[in-house]
Ligand binder design. Structure first.
Ligand code: HEM
Length: 342
């Protein structure tokens, strides 16, 4: 053995010794961090923790801290039992309203301008009013469709279009639902400010309601101001329902504000039920504001409506706008079939 061979063996032994000294504490440290036999990671202990009150929190590498909390079996059970009734309310309200409207259209048909279109038009809504309406309307429609996808998508979209379409739709739908809520709130506040003064209930509404708004009998036109009793009903439903949806929606978006699990679960049920009822009401509104009534859409389209349409549906408002004094009948017309005011 040469002197060099001897020296290299000594160096190797020394290096091994040094490595052993450095590596030993690190190995002990690693053992402290990952201990596959530790009680905290055994399945029994985990299930016990999940069933208790405590939140089981892990670690995630994505920025969303909330996703580090494990879903508890009890919460999954709660979602199953409460998801059913919320689905049923949505089904009855939305499908029921569509069936009613189809039946109404079949029986009554499109509500026409009885006296025929005139050559004159009258300004009904300003550009800012229409902006507020469409901001609220478009955002609500996106919210309603993406919300309905959450409730029925798995049963309706998934089997028809498959996992790819349903997955992409739901992922984008969730983002749209979360952000469109704020556009809806802005539209809701603007519409409230513009129209609250015209939506205070008064005695003209009682008469309008007693005549069924003239919706069911051709040629009957009970007098109304800028908004009739039916529209006031839509306004207050949208205002109060929209406020409830906005509040509960914000609570669901920021669960840490909701006051714990019980609060969050309550807000979820309220959100689902109010959304179902308001969606059904809005479907009826969309019907009457578009295909259901001749001349109605123009009010929110160009902002100007046919004068005869306005006289038939909002006679007191036409008198007010044209500066005419009411003769007490409030009808603004002597055509047969029109009704006296009160
Ligand atoms: C395509 C969808 C929609 C159409 C075609 C439509 C049409 C109309 C029309 C024509 C008016 C004016 C009626 C008049 O001259 O008196 C109106 C008013 C109104 N719209 Fe819409 N709308 C739609 C969606 C919505 C949505 C989604 C909401 C609420 C979430 C909404 C809330 C209102 C409210 C509160 C009013 C005032 C009260 C009333 O007239 O009932 N609209 N809409």
């Amino acid at each position: 053995m040469t002197i060099f061979t001897k020296m290299s063996r000594v160096i190797a032994v020394l290096a091994l010794g040094l490595f052993a000294v450095i590596a030993q504490p690190q190995a002990a440290q690693a053992q402290d961090i990952i201990n596959p036999t530790a009680e905290s990671v055994t399945e029994d202990a985990l299930m016990e923790a999940l069933n208790g009150d405590a939140q089981v929190q892990g670690r995630v590498s994505i920025p969303d801290d909330l996703s580090s909390g494990l879903i508890k079996p009890a919460n999954r059970g709660w979602a199953d039992t409460h998801g059913g009734p919320v689905r049923t309310v949505n089904l009855i309200a939305v499908v029921g309203m569509i069936v009613l409207l189809v039946a109404f259209y079949a029986i009554r048909g499109k509500i026409r301008i009885d006296s025929g279109p005139s050559s004159e038009r009258i300004q009904r809504f300003s550009a800012t009013e229409r902006f507020a309406h469409w901001l609220m309307a478009v955002s609500f429609i996106v919210l309603a469709l993406t919300g309905l996808n959450l409730v029925f998508g798995r049963a309706v979209i998934l089997p028809v279009f498959g996992e790819g379409v349903f997955g992409t739709l739901s992922a984008w739908g969730k983002v749209a639902h979360n952000y469109m809520g704020f556009a809806f709130m802005l539209g809701l506040i603007l519409s409230f400010v513009y129209w609250i003064a015209h939506n205070i209930p008064d005695k003209v509404d009682m008469h309008w309601l007693s005549k069924g708004g003239g919706l069911f009998v051709k040629g009957v036109h009970p007098p109304a101001k800028k908004f009739n009793a039916g529209q006031k009903g839509i306004f207050w439903s949208v205002t109060l329902g929209g406020a409830a949806l906005s509040f509960t929606g914000v609570m669901l978006l920021f669960p840490e504000l909701a006051g714990g699990e019980a609060g969050w679960q309550l807000y979820q049920v309220i959100h689902g039920v109010v959304a179902a009822i308001l969606t059904a009401i809005v479907i009826a509104h969309i019907y009457i504001g578009s295909v259901g009534m001749e001349g109605a859409y123009d009010a929110m389209g160009s902002g100007e409506v046919d004068l005869n349409w306005a006289k038939e549906h909002h006679s007191l408002w036409v008198e007010e706008v044209q500066g005419k004094s009411s003769d007490g009948t409030g009808d603004g017309s002597s055509r047969p079939g029109t009704q006296p005011a009160e």
